[in-house]
Design a protein around this ligand. Structure first.
Ligand code: PBG
Length: 331
């Protein structure tokens, strides 16, 4: 007689379900992105990202202390600058006295155990709102941009960055940044490359947060076409050969197949960036009572692990850490 196979036996109780669970999200997997701005005592909410704020350096430190207390071990910083500090060549991006570098030094001094990941790209500092240098004809100049990115990366390392994360999508930037870091003596500073960064509509709320949308045109000559996956593998091979320590896929949820593809082919850890628009969607639906926010967020995080991500950059990081610690929070 044929033996009846019953998969439901492994789902019979919470204890059994926990025993057989294949993927689990822990606080160790999470990286919290944080927005910063000049001033003191400022914590201003981003309209399209309820619950996410821009912090002045003093309140950034307070927020990071809370994150560390919750077990979060890494943050990535993005600066919101006034137009008066933006120019064509992103001069402010390598200013050691600027807001960004000042925050790095403060966090490194006060919270030495917190891993500081820095964003490398021109857009928050560029009067054109592009990640690269724009020519008079409106072209995004690749090789001219590389020098600017390398200078930015080295200056961030000098201010205390542990990991440099280039998000610009210029060709050859990982190699140029690696060489510049090594020449300046920062052989221990790692590179987390935005390897497969797509030209996505899901970055909208982030561009509101930093007022960094392109003044003209779009980012399609450097960010990838959402229709492509072979191209992501090509970028992976390049980044590995140029010395990337970690590779990233961005956005997250609509690109889980790309996360899976890279996880299978990469011999370095794969990160995923659960971007601003993904956060905004779940938050809005949760606030309207259209879905169970906590369950939807945790399911999303689990999906990233299942797809093969080692680390998750997510605006939900603090909430997830609180839930994992057993703290119930109001959404
Ligand atoms: C740009 C950059 C972007 C994000 C991170 N770095 C947006 C863009 O490419 O326009 C988006 C992150 C998010 O949406 O959460 N260097």
């Amino acid at each position: 007689m044929e033996i009846p196979i019953r998969p439901r036996r492994n789902r019979a109780s919470q204890a059994i379900r926990n025993l057989v669970q294949e993927n689990r999200v822990t606080v160790d997997d999470l990286v919290m992105p944080l927005f910063i701005l000049e001033g003191t005592g400022i914590k201003s909410e981003i309209k399209s990202m309820p619950g996410i704020f821009r912090y002045s350096p003093d309140l950034l430190l307070e927020e990071c202390k809370e994150l560390v207390a919750l077990g979060i071990k890494a943050v990535v910083l993005f600066p919101a600058l006034p137009d008066s500090l933006k120019d064509r060549v992103a001069t402010e991006s390598a200013n050691p006295q600027g807001l960004y570098h000042q925050c790095l030094r403060l966090l490194k001094k006060e919270l030495p155990e917190l891993c500081l990941i820095t964003d490398v790209a021109m857009d928050p500092y560029s009067s054109d709102g592009h990640d690269g240098l724009v020519s008079a004809e409106g072209e995004i100049l690749n090789d001219e941009t590389l020098e600017i990115l390398a200078r930015q990366a080295v200056s961030q390392a000098q201010a205390g960055a542990d990991i440099i994360a280039p998000s610009d999508m210029m060709d050859g930037r990982v190699e140029v940044i690696r060489r510049a870091l090594d020449e300046a003596g920062f052989t221990k500073v790692g590179i987390l490359s935005y390897t497969a960064k797509y030209a996505s509509a899901f970055y909208g709320p982030f561009r509101d947060a930093l007022d960094s949308a392109p003044k003209k045109g779009d980012k399609k000559t450097y960010q990838m076409d959402p229709a492509n996956v072979k191209e992501a593998i090509r970028e992976l091979n390049l980044d590995l050969s140029e010395g990337a320590d970690m590779v990233m896929v961005k956005p997250g949820l609509p690109y889980l197949d790309v996360v899976r593809a890279l996880a299978e082919l990469s011999d370095v850890p794969v990160a995923v960036y659960n971007v601003s628009g993904e956060y905004a969607m779940l938050k809005a639906a949760g606030q309207n009572g259209w879905l169970d926010y906590k369950k939807a967020v945790l399911e999303t995080m689990t999906a990233f692990k299942r797809a093969g991500a080692s680390l998750i950059l997510t605006y939900h990081a603090k909430e997830v850490a609180q839930w994992l610690a057993g703290v119930e929070i109001l959404v």
